[in-house]
Write a protein that binds this ligand. Structure first.
Ligand code: GCU
Ligand code: CA
Length: 491
């Protein structure tokens, strides 16, 4: 079966180096103005204030480590927070939530410079998101950027903490919209309180199916017990209230995960071992098993979603505790971002007798045969590509690799108009010049959000891999240390 599939895609792959290039370049040029506009709208939106509560930055208990100014018109209330231009200077709000759940935050700000002023967003002391605070054109031009966070019932401290010496923009007010917080859910796969990450096939309402690797779901629930309904045997992992993930191997049917939970509501995260190679587990989610009378409530989604596109290294094979020991998972988690691993053992960039991710990334899983994924389901705010380790074994020449890498970058830009795209040189140093050149070509074509990541010296094949290719868990941790600060610059 697979040889038929490869034969079918092979002639196409020969053309891909040339034909789609011309077509996609034309499309990118004509679409660039539109994409720039859409990108701006996606990040900086005017908040629909109907259900929101406004908290002014100049009104206690808000804290501004700087001065309350009123010299730039257009602010609401009696002024705005001009925090000192330094890392650590902050604008902080204390907001009240009637119930636990997700809230949409609208930060009204002005940045009269042309340089973004990125900041960490901390809720009750924990970094949950990043905000970019792009230039607004003038200090008198106030825009609202939105993000979704989870709040606890009662008082919540929301702090914006700049990550560069330029400090924060001027901050006028925070709009808090709690409408997502109140609906009781059933825990079934269709329950809107359940947040899914990665690519899920939702065609069967009884069992949502995880495509690719590293997918997971999260929910908040009441009651003292929690379980999950499975179908056929699968290795699953779960984490209650943010604890370290625990495996339940080869389970099927109704699976109890935790009992004796006390207090109010709890959170659960569940994920599955990827279906790949000889492993034919059934990575489906059949719903949460709640205690009698218990319910789900809303849970926030991080502002950032990082999609990693790669091969077995990005899947984390063959390590037993993948996906959560991989550099992909660890890096995103360290930055408070959601994530997925659109990755497959043996995958290449180019579809030349190989799973070419330049084509396959448009699929909901590695076991469908056409481009069925709807990118409107979620938008990645960053994409990290780690491809090129396997193309050598399939005879991909360096010019063909470079030309097709450009095509992948163009296609990703179409799929995710506003994402930061990071192209990693692969650890085995294959096609690194071509990867770098492809990024340079896209930069020259006007894409300002594509970046080459030089991984030279990150790991030592002799000590940090199990077989000269695949990083050990410790090898993945080393990669995470290097990648985290780089990705942090962009999200
Ligand atoms: C100018 C502006 C201030 C602003 C500052 C800054 O001084 O008037 O309102 O806070 O720039 O760069 O942070
Ligand atoms: Ca300032």
């Amino acid at each position: 079966m697979s040889s038929t599939r490869f034969r079918a895609v092979r002639p196409l792959a020969r053309f891909r180096a040339v034909r789609p290039l011309a077509r996609f370049r034309a499309a990118i040029l004509s679409a660039s103005t539109v994409m720039a506009t859409i990108g701006l709208m996606a990040v900086v939106t005017t908040h629909a204030a109907a259900a929101a509560t406004r908290y002014e930055a100049e009104t206690a208990p808000a804290v501004c480590t700087g001065t309350i100014d009123s010299n730039h018109t257009g602010y609401s209330g009696s002024g705005f927070c001009n925090a000192s231009n330094a890392v650590g200077a902050a604008a902080q709000f204390t907001v009240t939530a009637s119930t636990a759940g997700s809230a949409t935050l609208g930060v009204r700000y002005a940045n009269g410079t042309t340089t973004a002023r990125p900041a960490d967003v901390l809720v009750n002391g924990t970094r949950v998101a990043g905000a970019t605070f792009d230039g607004t054109g003038a200090w008198t031009t106030w825009l609202t950027t939105t993000l979704t966070v989870a709040l606890v019932a009662g008082s919540n401290v929301i702090r914006f903490s700049p990550t560069t010496a330029n400090g924060l923009p001027n901050v006028d007010a925070l709009d808090v919209d709690l409408t997502g917080g109140s609906t009781a859910g059933t825990g079934r796969p269709t329950d809107p309180n359940i947040q899914y990450y990665g690519r899920w096939n939702t065609a069967d309402p009884a069992y949502y199916s995880m495509g690719w690797a590293g997918g997971y779901l999260e929910a908040r629930f009441t009651g003292s017990t929690i379980g999950v309904r499975q179908r056929n045997a699968i290795d699953l992992f779960y984490a209650v209230d943010g604890a370290a993930p625990q495996w339940r191997r080869t389970v099927s049917g109704d699976v109890t995960l935790a009992t004796g939970l006390t207090g109010g509501s709890h959170t659960i995260r569940i994920g599955y071992r990827e279906r790949a190679g000889s492993y034919a587990g059934d990575p489906v989610f059949g719903g949460l098993l709640l205690a009698a009378g218990a319910q789900t409530t809303a849970i926030g989604r991080p502002a950032n979603f990082v999609e990693f596109i790669g091969d077995s290294i990005t899947v984390g094979q063959p390590n037993a505790d993948r996906p959560f020991t991989t550099y992909a998972w660890q890096t995103a988690e360290a930055l408070g971002a959601a994530h997925s691993q659109v990755a497959q053992g043996g995958a290449c960039l180019v579809s030349q007798d190989c799973y070419g991710m330049m084509d396959w990334f448009r699929r909901s899983s590695a076991w469908v045969s056409y481009d069925d994924w709807n990118f409107a389901t979620y938008q990645a705010t960053a994409v990290v590509i780690n491809l090129g380790t396997n193309d050598v074994g399939h005879g991909v020449s360096t010019p063909v690799f470079q030309a097709n890498y450009i095509v992948l970058l163009e296609r990703l830009r179409q799929a995710y108009p506003n994402a930061e795209i990071l192209a990693m040189g692969v650890f085995r140093a294959r096609y690194v010049t071509e990867t770098r050149n492809a990024v340079a070509a896209r930069t020259a074509a006007g894409d300002a959000k594509v970046h080459f990541v030089d991984t030279t010296g990150w790991i030592d094949a002799a000590t940090d891999t199990s077989d000269n290719v695949h990083p050990t868990d410790a090898g993945h941790a080393k990669i995470t240390q290097r990648l985290r600060p780089i990705l942090d610059q962009y999200i």
